[in-house]
Structure formats: C-alpha cells, structure tokens
Design a protein around this ligand. Structure first.
Ligand SMILES: NC(=O)C1=CN([C@@H]2O[C@H](COP(=O)(O)OP(=O)(O)OC[C@H]3O[C@@H](n4cnc5c(N)ncnc54)[C@H](O)[C@@H]3O)[C@@H](O)[C@H]2O)C=CC1
Ligand SMILES: O=C([O-])CC(=O)C(=O)O
Length: 340
C-alpha cells in the first residue's frame, strides 16, 4: 500500500499533479489537502477508473494559519499513513516579482504544513515545490529538526523542472527528437543564477555551439520568468511543474520499490546524505541541488559532479553559491528566530 498526499492540491500545480498521481499505478491511496476546494477536486478525480482511492480533505475556508480544530483534523486525516508528501501550497509569482518576494507568505505556509508532517507522518518522504525552494527546504529541515524527526534522506526540494527545461531547450538546439533521452544535470538552487546547468556532464554528450551557450544557460536559469511573463498576471508554471513534480515523486516511489540506478538532481541537506559532506565543504553550502541516487531509504548518495565543472561552469557555480548562502540563511533563521 503506497499513500501519497498533495498539500495545496486545489491549486494550479496541485490539480494536474493530483491527476497524474491518481492515474499512476504506483499509488494506491491519494489524499488531497488544501484550504479551499479539495472536495470538488477529489470528487472529480474519483471518477477516473484507476487504482488509487481518493480522499479530499479541506480546511476551513480562509483559514490560512491552520488554527481551527477542523483544519488540524483535516491535516491529520490527510497525512496519517503517508509514504510521500508533495507540497505545492503557497502563492505563485506575478510579473515583476522574484521568487524571494514569495518568502513573506510562503515561509509560514510551509512551516505550518511541515509541523503537521512531523506530527502525523514523520517517516514520509517530503517533496517541497513551494517557492522560494532555496529557503523553504531549510525551513522544512529546521522544523523537522525541532520536532526531533528530521531524516535528511527523506527531504527533497523539487528542482526537476530545471532539468526538464534543460532537456527541452538542449533538444531544440541539437535536434534530439526525444529530449527525455538526454541526461543533463542541473545543480545549485532553484532561482535565477543559483540554477547551474552543467552541459559538460550531459549524457550522451551534447555539443552546444559557443555562440548559443550564454543564451541557453540564461534560458534555463530564467525559464520560470518566461512563463510568468506569458501568463501575464495569472501565475507561474503549473502544468510543466505538475509533470516535473510527478516525475520526481515517481522516481522516489520506483526507488522505494527497489528499482536500481535512479538518479535525480534534487535540493538536499548535504551533511545528512552519503557523499554530501565533501560537496558541502567544497561549496560552503549545507543545502545544494546535486544528482542524488535514490533508493528504498530515500536519498542514498549525493553524486559530486561539481569537481568536474569546466571553467565556464565554475564561474556560474561561484555566482550560485553567493545567492544560495543568503537564501539558506533566511530559511534557517525564519525558524530559529521567528519574526515577531
Ligand atoms: N519548485 C518549482 O520548480 C516550482 C515551484 N512553484 C511554486 O509552487 C507554488 C504553488 O504554485 P501554484 O500552484 O501555481 O499556485 P496556486 O495559487 O495556483 O495554488 C496554490 C494552492 O495552495 C493553497 N494553499 C495556500 N495556503 C495553504 C495552506 N496553508 N495549506 C494548504 N494549501 C494552501 C491555495 O489554496 C492554492 O490552492 C508557488 O509557491 C510557486 O512559486 C511553481 C512552479 C515551479
Ligand atoms: O518562476 C516561478 O516563479 C515558478 C518556478 O519556480 C518555475 O517556473 O521555475
């Protein structure tokens, strides 16, 4: 029996992500939680003739702080018994905003939801999609540490959309008809120049013409802005993110079932993952997205490809590290020294 939970399930990402979970043969039970509209989303999905049973759990409308008893009960019902929790709860960007501008609202939302995860499903794998990922993952880790249930092998910042974009955009340049065949590691964090695509480590190797490299790197780093601009006030990437979030969750579930050789870049707490210490020392960052070998216990091994960076990528990494340190510190201190 595998139970998956989507927190923020009625949103732009949450709905298509829940659809993908509902039709996945890897998921037997699916719980949807949001502060609005989950009964409708759940009723709709429940008519699909697939394996997963479905339950919708809604908190009282407008109760964003989770203070009402019925909110707590809904979280409890949704999360109890969860194997994997996927979190796209929180506000998205509008044109002109950075992901860091979302911190003010989303930091508290993620903190509250992780408090509930610590209470009701302390052993679940937790996948954080809510932005700014560079800060919300440290927030989640600190909350889990405070609750005494932090397992760094089970906490993941979802950076898969950066990998998906890198595959797609490289495919457009090289003419690869099935970009999924390209393995392109994207490391660092998940915003602007903290995102570092490492084309030198692509498998099979790819040949990016020198005059196209800067623009390609920039497009991977700022792909999110492209969507925010095109949606013109109606939010940010939702459908491609649902695809990417499901792809990551599916990799976790396959690895949990014993499938070998599954590697996905993801933003993890390095000191808690085998092989991570060396990367933390080299970067000075405790959190970093690197290719991680997944297994039954979650993140089995962090793979250090940073030492293979070429000179161009080393410069990108230096920039990324500067931004990441500030973002990580903001997340840690949000929990350690909560705003009054
Ligand atoms: N990691 C990544 O690569 C990406 C992350 N994102 C982020 O994902 C988040 C969600 O984006 P969208 O789905 O487009 O936003 P949305 O506004 O369409 O949906 C968010 C959902 O979260 C719910 N929500 C708010 N507070 C909640 C709480 N305390 N508990 C449960 N649910 C709550 C809302 O009711 C809403 O249904 C944003 O922060 C966005 O920046 C978006 C794209 C890519
Ligand atoms: O750009 C945004 O705000 C949403 C996001 O994280 C992405 O699309 O990569």
């Amino acid at each position: 029996m595998v139970k998956a939970v989507v927190l923020g399930a009625a949103g732009g990402i949450g709905q298509p992500l829940s659809l993908l979970c509902k039709i996945s043969p890897l998921i037997d039970e699916l719980a949807l939680f949001d502060v609005v509209n989950t009964p409708g989303v759940a009723a709709d999905l429940s008519h699909i003739s697939s394996v997963a049973n479905i339950g919708g759990f809604v908190a009282a409308k407008g109760d964003f702080k989770g203070e009402k008893p019925e909110t707590e009960e809904a979280k409890k019902q949704a999360l109890t018994g969860a194997d994997v929790v996927i979190i796209p709860a929180g506000v998205p960007r509008k044109p002109g905003m950075t992901r860091d501008d979302l911190f003010k609202t989303n930091a508290g939302i993620v903190k509250d939801l992780i408090v509930a995860c610590a209470k009701y499903c302390p052993k679940a794998a937790i996948c954080v999609i809510s932005n700014p990922v560079n800060s919300t993952v440290p927030i989640a880790a600190e909350v889990l540490k405070e609750a005494g249930v932090f397992d760094p092998k089970k906490l993941f910042g979802v950076t898969t959309l950066d990998v998906v974009r890198a595959q797609t955009f490289v495919g457009e340049i090289t003419g690869e008809k099935d970009p999924r065949k390209l393995t392109i590691p994207v490391v660092g964090g998940h915003s602007g120049n903290t995102i570092v695509p490492m084309f030198s480590q692509a498998k099979p190797s790819v040949n990016i013409p020198a005059d196209k490299l800067d623009a390609l790197v920039n497009r991977v780093q700022f792909g999110g802005d492209e969507v925010v601009k095109a949606k013109d006030g109606a939010g940010s990437a939702t459908l491609s993110m649902a695809y990417a979030g499901f792809r990551f969750a599916e990799s976790l579930l396959k690895a949990a079932k014993g499938e070998k050789g599954i590697v996905e870049p993801t933003f993890v707490y390095l000191p808690g993952v085998e092989g991570g210490d060396a990367i933390a020392k080299a970067t000075g960052c405790e959190y970093f997205s690197v290719p991680v070998e997944l297994g039954p216990g979650g993140a089995e091994k962090a793979i250090n490809i940073l030492s293979s960076a070429n000179d161009y990528e080393k410069k990108l990494l230096d920039e990324a590290i500067k931004g990441l340190k500030t973002n990580i510190e903001a997340g840690v201190s949000f929990v350690k020294n909560p705003p009054k």
